[in-house]
Design a protein around this ligand. Structure first.
Ligand SMILES: Cc1cc2nc3c(=O)[nH]c(=O)nc-3n(C[C@H](O)[C@H](O)[C@H](O)COP(=O)(O)OP(=O)(O)OC[C@H]3O[C@@H](n4cnc5c(N)ncnc54)[C@H](O)[C@@H]3O)c2cc1C
Length: 391
């Protein structure tokens, strides 16, 4: 008699790191039922972080960024359906784009995010966003034929692409609507150091820019700001953040609020339906409230934790997300989110990218940053990750 608590069939939607890690974790946890891993991209599961770095600069061939060799999915008896869109689901089945239906006992939505677009820039040749391998290859092809790049948005992806295009010898300009780059990610003193790093390579980052038009004039794309500022380039990258892919969840009536709302086990508001990775809004173990992570390490670990919960393990997700960024041969690591008014203790030289910095709230460390000191960062990470959950 099968254990009613153990599923016989798990469907995972999304072949990103959250979905793929969840599928693999089900097997390492001993689950021997059916696993179907479904993704709409035509590729085997791959790593996204190199897309703005090595893939653009040409150092990483697409095969080299695969998450696992193709045989791994067969060896683990995971049915991998690539190039396949899930168009909907009910309490027991998902529907695929060709109209076929697939039954499930447990469903994981790991549908990630997609880049926000500038409404007035949609469909203009030479204007790119970057999320997928196909996006990266299209951007690289345009950059090969161009001399200049305009990046709209000075977040992590925008600045990484700026650095990569500079490494390719392109002239790069960055426009940012906020008062400083990486506003949601870094305290001012560190964001200023990043601005100077780009400036030292000849990349100007213009802040406080409110764009109101982006047009193509012959070979040139022209961006115009509300105050009359004008910038032109042959290629434009729009990197103004992501929105979670929640359509499936919304249509099925799940609770959604800038992400699919889940509990500490990744369970959604619908029975037997879970969500993980960039698409999930989960209880924040460090700051309280809820949070939607958009980082590699979080998506991977969340996928693994939710897979264990799907098998009935009592395994709440309590990790504090951390991430890194590579720009101009410098790796900057960060954990936690800097509060609005943080006391920041800096040890070392931010401009030399040899430092650690710890942000405190009421005397308690809540975020840490480091460059050139991976060992120190590891220790800081462990300290911040061990904080008790807020009451
Ligand atoms: C260019 C770039 C660089 C990055 N660099 C870093 C970095 O340096 N450090 C870092 O920490 N993080 C980085 N990140 C972030 C990190 O890669 C993401 O947080 C992580 O990949 C999210 O994984 P995920 O599995 O949750 O979602 P995703 O990777 O978005 O995967 C979701 C998948 O689901 C598919 N899907 C959606 N809807 C459907 C459907 N209906 N049917 C079938 N399939 C569907 C999507 O097409 C996609 O393939 C980077 C991201 C990008 C885009």
């Amino acid at each position: 008699m099968p254990d009613p608590g153990v599923p016989r069939s798990v469907v995972v939607v999304g072949t990103g790191v959250a979905g793929a890690t969840a599928a693999l974790t089900l097997r390492t946890e001993g689950y021997d039922g059916r696993i179907t891993l479904i993704g709409d991209e035509p590729h085997q599961p791959y790593r996204r972080p190199p897309l703005s770095k090595d893939v653009l600069t040409g150092g990483s061939a697409p095969e080299r960024i695969r998450l696992r060799p193709p045989a791994a999915w067969r060896d683990q008896d995971i049915e991998l359906l690539t190039g396949t869109s899930v168009t909907g689901f009910d309490a027991s089945h998902v529907t695929l784009a060709d109209g076929s239906r697939l039954g499930y006992d447990r469903l994981l939505l790991a549908t990630g995010g997609r880049p926000r677009v500038l409404p007035h820039a949609a469909g203009i040749a030479g204007v790119h966003t970057l999320r997928t391998l196909d996006d990266a290859q299209a951007l690289r092809a345009d950059l090969e034929a161009a001399e200049s790049l305009l990046v709209i948005g000075a977040g992590l992806v925008g600045l990484e692409v700026a650095a990569s295009a500079h490494a390719l010898g392109r002239e790069v300009t960055v426009l940012e609507a906020a008062d400083r780059p990486l506003e949601r990610v870094l305290p001012t003193v560190l964001a200023d150091a990043v601005t100077r790093l780009h400036g030292s390579r000849g990349i100007a980052i213009h802040t406080g820019v409110r764009l109101n038009a982006l047009t193509r004039k012959g070979d040139t794309l022209v961006a115009e700001a509300a105050d009359g500022g004008r910038w032109s380039a042959q290629v434009v990258l729009v990197a103004i953040g992501n929105e979670p892919q929640t359509r499936l969840a919304e249509e099925a009536g799940l609770q959604v609020s800038d992400g699919i709302v889940v509990d500490a086990s990744g369970a959604t508001s619908a029975p037997d339906v879970f969500a993980a990775g960039d698409v999930a809004r989960y209880p924040d173990p460090l700051h309280g409230g809820s949070h939607r992570g958009e980082h590699w390490n979080h998506a991977q670990r969340h996928g693994a934790a939710v897979a264990r919960a799907m098998l009935g393990h009592d395994a709440p997700y309590t990790e504090v997300p951390w991430c890194w960024t590579d720009q101009h041969q410098i790796t900057l690591q960060m954990i936690g989110r800097p509060p609005e008014s943080a006391d920041l203790l800096v040890d070392g030289d931010p401009d030399g990218f040899d430092f650690t910095a710890v942000a405190h709230r009421d005397g308690t460390p809540v975020a840490a940053f480091a460059a050139g000191r991976p060992g120190d960062f590891r220790r800081l990470r462990e300290g911040i990750g061990r904080l008790p959950a807020p009451s």
